[in-house]
Design a protein around this ligand. Structure first.
Ligand code: ADP
Ligand code: MG
Ligand code: MG
Length: 878
């Protein structure tokens, strides 16, 4: 076995292809070395050694000692002096290197090789005693922490005490004598266990790195991120370079492009006279790398201005690694006496905005192709771009943190009730609805408000789910928020806010802030538009939106939906005065009574549909006939009953009896969907007439033919569909006779029951399209009511019974099988049938991949998810 892989500027053994063996740090160093970049020489101990170590109860593999000795000898030749040399000691860094960076892995130990004797040798060769002791105290602290289970705070406290006693503020004020004194205390903290022998130091650090692979934190992290347990950590042993050797030196981090905006500019920070993680520790304020990045604020300096040669070299190296990896790189570097050394490179984390800009720019620069650019963006992350965001340059007062339940930021006056939210909206003022938690009664208030804040509830609470559906920013479970409805106020962190005070909620971060925070509007232009355009060119799957209100329909168009795949007509039934007419219709005891009530609804429905058709201007609009259980429309209070009785001119007691007859114990599987149409065909007549008349009017007004699809919900038999179809056809004829205009439309069925999926071939003989309603189909296939699943579904996922929440990502094995089978049988019966999917799954990237695979024609999702679906559809087509 090869245990050690050497590298030095200009050449290296192994590289990116050996990622598992060298870990990402070791592989990155090898690549940079081979590119000829300035990398201090060193070698990487293979992760195989770590694996062997754990498989043999903590024994180092045979041959490793010899291999390390040989690598050290090579390193001595490259560096010009040897590890352990008492006169001019070579110091090394011992750096654990996992396949991905893993919290819980051992930290890096620097300056290994120093002891009481070599520290004086280092002081005299460098002519800098303070520097030598600074290195030594860092080694003792790091070694005790990585190899002897001490914690950094023990050392920090000791140092602070010493500084206080001496009246020092900065570490730089300590003399060599001070450091010697501090070191004495450090040795005591380490209980005299710090080894003086350099080799002992080295091997203890290597052993600690191996051991840390199985630390509980590292294991938990790997479990969470699906990282294989058995890879093991590689360990880089590398010659030290010193950023703490005076003013021409320092340590820094850099990004080859701006990780916040994606701008093509070297970006990062540099801390003069520093070593290791000083730059990120917040000890002192680092300099920006570039002069221009200082902006308006005065800064002490910049790498560009103070060390221009090192800056130019860094710029060159950054460009070089970025071109090599064809991705934005995050680098660590050190400048020693004006000379740049590269210590690490990896793909940099970035905001979604930056990810988008970088992907598009790199494709335009020819660094990657368009397909790669499309694949670089996580579809779900687009969500962040579709809502207003907090302007990062504003620094607001954060009042509380909660769960980021629904993305986007909103500000407005505090209101505590639906009524106040609605009256604010009516006056054109922006409101934030603040509730302890929300219930279905709050929907109107949530609609009227700009954003929602609740004191309780999780990511799947009512507020969270409804807000996400509406695309409204929402923060739930805000810690420390105490709401007093009586007093119309809340307190948080000792401050009191009353109705009318202005706050800002950021549903992307979960923060609640005082006042109106500056915001950035979502830009659906520029790179976003380009990415969407590229996605649209490659995808096969069409994307429609679920929308029934004019504002949803407009949003659907804005987000690139190619039609409406589901317009729920009952939403129109609950509004304002309409509900009384709906109740009249339900409670009437004969068809004539129902017709009279339906006649009142007809003009309202017609107006609704007409507006939808006009907005969609020729794109398909799929209207689902009345679906919800009658039960939901029944009057619940005496007052509601009385108002229906008055409208009907009927006896309240008699009505009440009828309402009780219609009450259901399991409405979800009860009198709903096509069953309503079969029992009360008058409803179909009214809805069909409203649709056709609206379509004709809209076509006349817009000059474009309307594309009408009528969808029948919850069928399980062709015969049901045929009954409805006959009524729709008759109505179409009637309207044609009256207007002289023939209606063009398609009729189809929604597949939401296992029996419907099994009989899809049969149903397809009467249906021109089928749309799989995956929410209900999941409920009916698994026999799980979504509203009641909260109590047990999490343990099902935690215990591995189900891989994920089947209401979020389609249960491919079960529900997916039914859909695939339904599609196949439907296509056999009617080859040109259109097959769609509506429901939450239509906007879920994983589910979309499956729908594409089985040849579904379109998915329909909430308007805000349309861009996500478009990108996901493109990625699955690549
Ligand atoms: P991490 O995994 O935490 O990033 P690193 O191994 O990158 O750990 O080490 C952390 C820091 O230690 C580096 O950013 C660098 O500043 C410093 N460092 C690592 N190796 C060396 C070295 N050979 N010479 C000088 N400093 C080093
Ligand atoms: Mg670090
Ligand atoms: Mg690092």
């Amino acid at each position: 076995t090869k245990w050690c892989y050497s590298f030095r500027q200009g050449e290296a053994e192994g590289g990116a292809a050996l990622g598992d063996v060298l870990g990402s740090k070791g592989a990155g160093l090898a690549e940079m070395a081979r590119l000829g970049l300035p990398v201090p020489p060193g070698f990487t101990i293979s992760s195989d050694a770590c694996r062997y170590f754990h498989a043999h109860s903590g024994q180092m593999p045979p041959g490793l000692t010899e291999a390390v000795d040989a690598a050290l000898a090579k390193l001595a030749a490259d560096a010009g002096h040897a590890f352990g040399d008492p006169k001019w000691p070579l110091l090394v860094a011992v750096r654990p290197s996992g396949r991905v960076s893993t919290p819980g892995l051992m930290g890096t130990a620097l300056n290994i090789g120093l002891n009481d004797q070599t520290v004086t040798a280092l002081a005299s060769t460098c002519g800098d005693e303070v520097f030598a002791y600074d290195c030594y105290r860092r080694l003792v602290e790091l070694f005790c922490c990585v190899a002897l289970d001490h914690e950094h705070y023990e050392f920090e406290e000791a140092l602070d005490k010493h500084k206080e006693a001496k009246g020092y503020v900065r570490d730089a004020e300590l003399s060599a004598a001070d450091w010697r004194e501090v070191l004495g205390i450090y040795f005591e903290i380490g209980k005299g266990r710090f080894p003086q022998d350099p080799r002992e130091q080295l091997w203890a650090a290597i052993r600690a790195a191996f051991l840390s692979w199985h630390s509980p934190r590292a294991q938990a992290y790997r479990a969470l991120h699906d990282i294989a347990e058995d890879i093991g950590a590689a360990v880089v042993v590398q010659a030290m370079v010193f950023g703490n050797i005076g003013g021409e030196s320092g340590a820094g981090v850099a990004f080859s492009r701006n990780p916040a905006t994606g701008a093509r500019e070297l970006f990062g920070e540099f801390l003069p006279n520093a070593q290791g993680d000083d730059v990120t520790s917040g000890l002192r304020t680092p300099w920006p790398i570039r002069e221009s990045a200082i902006g308006g604020k005065p800064a002490a300096g910049s790498l560009e201005a103070s060390l221009p040669k090192a800056f130019t070299e860094l710029d060159r190296c950054a460009g070089c690694v970025e071109r090599h990896y064809r991705d934005m790189q995050n680098m660590e570097f050190t400048v020693e006496a004006g000379r740049l050394w590269m210590l690490q490179t990896k793909s940099g984390r970035r905001t979604t905005t930056a990810a988008l800009k970088i992907a598009i720019d790199m494709a335009n620069e020819g660094l990657i192709d368009r397909e790669a650019a499309l694949n670089r963006i996580e579809p779900a992350s687009l969500d962040q771009l579709l809502h207003p965001t907090i302007d990062p340059s504003d620094r607001p007062l954060v009042l509380a943190s909660g769960l980021p339940a629904s993305p986007g930021a909103a500000c407005g006056e505090i209101v505590f009730s639906n009524r106040d939210a609605e009256s604010s909206a009516a006056l054109g003022r922006k409101a934030i609805l603040v509730r302890i938690e929300t219930s279905p009664d709050d929907i109107a208030g949530m609609h009227a408000a700009e954003g929602v804040l609740t004191a309780r509830g999780g990511m799947t609470s009512h507020a969270a789910v409804v807000a996400r559906g509406m695309g409204k920013p929402c923060v739930t479970a805000a810690t420390g928020l105490r709401i007093d409805y009586e007093d119309q106020s809340f307190t948080v962190g000792g401050r009191r806010f009353v109705k009318g005070d202005v706050i800002t909620v950021d549903g992307s971060s979960g923060k609640v802030m005082a006042g109106a925070v500056r915001m950035l509007r979502p830009a659906l232009t520029g790179e976003f538009a380009t990415l969407m355009d590229w996605a649209d060119r490659v995808r096969r799957l069409r994307v429609r939106a679920n929308a029934e209100t004019p504002s949803d329909a407009r949003a659907a168009l804005k987000f690139g939906a190619e039609g409406i795949g589901l317009a729920r007509t009952e939403h129109m039934f609950f509004e304002g005065e309409r509900i009384v007419a709906v109740r009249e219709m339900i409670l009437a005891d004969n068809a004539a009574g129902r017709r009279a009530a339906l006649a009142k609804l007809l003009p309202m429905q017609r107006e609704d549909f007409k507006e939808l058709f006009e907005i969609m201007a020729g794109l398909p609009v799929t209207i689902r006939l009345l679906d919800p259980p009658l039960h939901e429309f029944l009057p619940k209070t005496d007052a509601e009953l009385a108002s229906v009785a008055k409208a009907l001119g009927a006896d309240a007691a008699k009505l009440n009896k009828r309402a009780q007859e219609l009450a259901e114990s399991n409405p979800m599987l009860g009198f709903r969907g096509v069953r309503l149409a079969v029992a009360f065909p008058e409803i179909v007549d009214m809805q069909a007439r409203a649709i056709f008349e609206a379509a004709i009017e809209a076509a006349i007004e817009t000059g474009r033919a309307t594309h009408v699809e009528i969808m029948v919900p919850l069928v399980f038999a062709k015969a049901e569909l045929d009954l409805v179809k006959a009524r729709v056809e008759a109505t179409a004829k009637a309207v044609e006779l009256e207007t002289g205009i023939a209606s063009r439309y398609r009729i189809g069925a929604m597949i939401e029951l296992p029996r419907a999926a099994l009989l899809a071939g049969e149903i397809a003989r009467s249906a021109e399209f089928l749309s799989f309603g995956t929410n209900d189909l999941t409920q009916t296939t698994l026999g799980i009511s979504r509203d009641d699943a909260g109590a047990f579904l999490r343990s099902y996922v935690a215990k591995g019974v189900l891989p994920t929440d089947p209401f979020v990502t389609l249960d491919v094995a079960g529900v997916g099988e039914l859909i695939a089978l339904g599609c196949e049988r439907a296509r056999q019966a009617r080859p040109d049938i259109t097959l769609g999917v509506c429901g939450e799954h239509g906007g879920d990237p994983d589910s979309i991949a499956f729908f594409d695979r089985i040849g579904v024609d379109y998915v329909s999702c909430s308007p805000f998810r349309a861009p996500i679906a478009r990108l996901a559809a493109a990625q699955t087509a690549l």
